[in-house]
Design a protein around this ligand. Structure first.
Ligand SMILES: Nc1ncnc2c1ncn2[C@@H]1O[C@H](COP(=O)(O)OP(=O)(O)OP(=O)(O)O)[C@@H](O)[C@H]1O
Ligand SMILES: [Mg+2]
Length: 380
């Protein structure tokens, strides 16, 4: 084989490598894998033709790089379930990876929180149902922040809205932004919003949910050098949603139980900031009734009393208390060695025992912090 043809091969290898990089950059990972493999294969061929080439070491290094890259991309593709398929474009597969089925939760599943539900409906559901009342007028809010102590329904609310308006549901978290695919975090932020825009242009509303949005702030402060760019990209994308003439129904719902760790630029982009409080006596009672509705209770059970002694407990604590009381009677049934039969009714003491096993998850101090933050920034 002449020197001429190996240099031709070398040029071809380089062209494939360039194509691979381009394909990867535009998110077309299937093609990128193909091209990286082709580039590596050609370099191997050159080595077999011309084993004593002075460039041997460089070639070996290139081959290793290309093959590693191809393997890495292939693995990421496998994760999103499109391995080996070339029919989808990069953007389609990104879309498939980003858009999820929201948990099957409706507003009816969420006990009480009537003011909160109303505020969310006003912010998101009205504009979606009657865009004509908003478009070309004064617009509508695109960013909704749900804040409050842990375990009181913020995540549930976000899912319920998405279901109610049959939105494309894009849940993201900080680690997604950092490492969903390859490339930098800034690009991932752009990708998320590009995908949202593409779906919304087709007429379907989109809800981007950033659960624990405060952890994003953590990302911004720990990512060396890139933090400002990622943060700015995020703020820019949020601004884009508000820009004049933007008609797409895209909403960003952020949830946080540490609102005070958000900075002001961030807070400002979430124009609706809704406090999701921990349950008061009435709500605790309603939660107890709701979660006991399918359980058999002893006539001596006084749920009012349980609601009274659970001041400071979160909604999710209440669910845990009921669950624990129920699993106690179920365990007893099994311990008796019977396979059939049904558990005895839950008694007051079972519930009280479950309460006493745990501490209220929200302290008075914490509560005050939320209320202060709500006074300063809340919009409900
Ligand atoms: N209002 C509610 N009605 C019925 N169940 C509730 C309610 N609030 C919370 N729960 C129960 O508590 C669990 C936790 O709620 P959720 O995940 O929505 O809390 P959160 O406010 O997002 O908490 P965190 O701040 O920790 O993310 C739910 O899965 C549900 O079982
Ligand atoms: Mg949550």
């Amino acid at each position: 084989m002449s020197g001429y043809s190996t240099s031709l091969l070398e040029r071809t290898a380089r062209e494939y490598a360039d194509k691979a990089v381009m394909a990867e950059r535009t998110g077309n990972y299937e093609d990128a894998v193909k091209y990286y493999k082709a580039a590596a294969q050609i370099l191997r061929r050159i080595l077999s033709i011309n084993p004593d080439t002075g460039l041997r070491e460089a070639y070996v290094e290139f081959i290793r790089n290309y093959e590693e890259r191809a393997a890495f991309l292939e693995k990421s593709l496998e994760k999103i379930g499109v391995a080996g398929r070339n029919v989808e474009s990069g953007s389609q597969s990104i879309e498939r990876d980003l858009v999820k089925e929201p948990p099957k939760i409706t507003f009816e599943d969420i006990v009480d929180l009537d003011d909160v539900k109303k505020a969310i409906k006003k912010a998101i559901i009205y504009p979606v149902k009657r865009p004509d009342l908003y478009i070309d007028k004064i617009g509508w809010d695109k960013g909704v922040l749900l804040f409050g102590p842990p375990g009181n329904g913020k995540t549930m609310l976000a899912a319920a809205v998405a279901n109610e308006i049959k939105a494309a549901f894009i849940p993201i978290d900080a680690s997604d932004i950092m490492s969903k695919w390859l490339g930098d975090a800034e690009k991932n932020v752009r990708r998320i919003f590009d995908t949202a825009r593409r779906i919304a242009e087709g007429g379907r509303p989109v809800i981007i949910v950033i659960d624990e949005v405060d952890s994003l702030m953590g990302v911004f402060s720990s990512e060396v050098g890139g933090e400002v760019r990622v943060r700015n990209q995020f703020l820019k994308e949020m601004d884009g949603l508000y820009s004049k003439g933007s008609r797409e129904m895209i909403f960003v719902i952020g949830t946080t139980n540490k609102p005070w760790s958000l900075d002001i630029g961030f807070i400002r982009r979430f124009q609706k900031r809704i406090y999701v409080p921990s349950p008061n006596y009435e709500t605790r009672l309603a939660l107890l009734k709701h979660y006991c509705r399918n359980l058999e209770l002893d006539p001596g059970v006084n749920l009012e009393e349980i609601a009274k002694i659970t001041e400071g407990y979160s909604a999710s604590d209440i669910v845990d208390i009921v669950r624990e009381a129920y699993s106690k009677v179920v365990d007893e049934l099994f311990e008796k060695g019977s396979i059939g039969g049904k558990p005895r009714p839950i008694q007051m003491k079972d519930l009280i025992e479950a309460v006493s096993k745990r501490k209220p998850s929200i302290s008075q101090d914490m509560l005050r912090s939320y209320e202060e933050w709500n006074k300063r920034f809340g919009t409900l």
